[in-house]
Ligand binder design. Structure first.
Ligand code: ASP
Length: 314
């Protein structure tokens, strides 16, 4: 099983006074009990950084490393910071063929903290990576003995050890006494392809009560695309709706919801700032994708020259 240690709390050496020091992959593996009975890890070179510093270009590097893995690997485990774990998981779902299990995990407590959760999460991740049945689900996040699909998973707690959930969807599986139990296999609908580079600019603008359109106007000056995190089923305050319509004449603008679960409406509300008006103005339908994931989808589509309307079909 290919192992990439990319940094984050799971590897954070609390002795690092001048900033975070990440333990090497071999130290993380040495702390996992009974790993030898589960898988043979093969360590791949990876950049280490806290995950709030991980960029889409870094995610592409991780995807490229997995794509170019040594022959004979039957699974992949990526140890990653939790802050953007869901974004890297979904980026891998966009960029990789589902041809082997790919599992991302991390920890909420550092290795030296009491009750450190990293070793248990890593062991569970290796167990899932060794379970062929999970392959078709695309990349998954394994955390606190639950298995989550990349498309649905999100960090829901700032400190709890069970920090991840899939709102509205639930985990796709779990581990019980170390056994992998798959509850469902989501359809693989995310993949677009692996671009040569991922350096475009897609800005995310969040709607709040009374938001006007100035941030959208500003974003449309500098960005290759915009994702709008709208209210409810896809609704915006009047000024923001007008700006979104203006922006959609210049760059692709994807409508998403700031709600944690559910899909956008298409044909329920009419009038100013409604989903029907915004669709008619050319905004693309982000469906049930979280705003941060729609942003990655648009970035990857643009990098591959896939028309945004194909990446976000209605
Ligand atoms: N700040 C850390 C990171 O995302 C938090 C974590 O790993 O849990 O890198």
């Amino acid at each position: 099983v290919l192992f990439l240690a990319t940094g984050g709390t799971v590897a954070l050496d609390s002795a690092g006074v001048a900033g975070p020091v990440h333990l090497p992959a071999a130290r993380l593996l040495a702390a996992v009990p009974n790993l030898a009975g589960v898988a043979t890890p093969v360590v791949a070179e990876a950049e280490c950084r806290r995950s709030s510093h991980v960029s889409p270009a870094d995610m592409r590097e991780i995807a490229a490393t997995i794509h170019a893995r040594p022959s004979g690997c039957s699974g992949v485990v990526v140890a990653h910071g939790t802050d953007t774990l869901e974004e890297t998981a979904y980026a891998l779902a966009l960029m990789l063929q589902p041809d082997l299990p790919v599992v991302l995990t991390g920890a909420m407590r550092r290795p030296a903290d009491i009750g450190a959760d990293g070793p248990a999460n890593l062991l569970a991740a290796f167990r899932v990576a060794a379970f062929e049945g999970v392959r078709a689900a695309g990349p998954v996040v394994v955390f606190a003995d639950e298995i989550h699909a990349a498309r649905d998973v999100t960090k829901v707690h700032t400190t709890a050890v069970a920090a991840f959930a899939s709102p509205g969807a639930g985990p796709i599986g779990r581990l019980t006494e170390g056994r992998v139990e798959l509850l469902r296999t989501p359809a693989d609908t995310d993949r677009l392809g692996l671009p040569q580079q991922l350096v475009g600019r897609v800005e995310l603008v969040w709607a709040a009560a009374g938001s006007d359109g100035r941030l959208i106007d500003a974003a449309s000056e500098i960005a290759d695309g915009i994702v709008v995190a709208a209210m409810g089923g896809g609704h915006l305050p009047p000024g923001m709706a007008a700006a979104a319509a203006r922006a959609a004449r210049r760059v692709p603008v994807v409508l998403t919801s700031r709600c944690a679960s559910g899909s956008l409406l298409r044909a329920t509300y009419e009038g100013t700032g409604s989903e029907q008006e915004l669709r008619a103005a050319g905004l693309l339908d982000g469906g049930g994708l979280a705003p941060v994931k729609a942003r990655l989808r648009l970035l990857v589509a643009l990098a591959l020259d896939i028309p945004p309307s194909v990446a976000f079909p209605t």
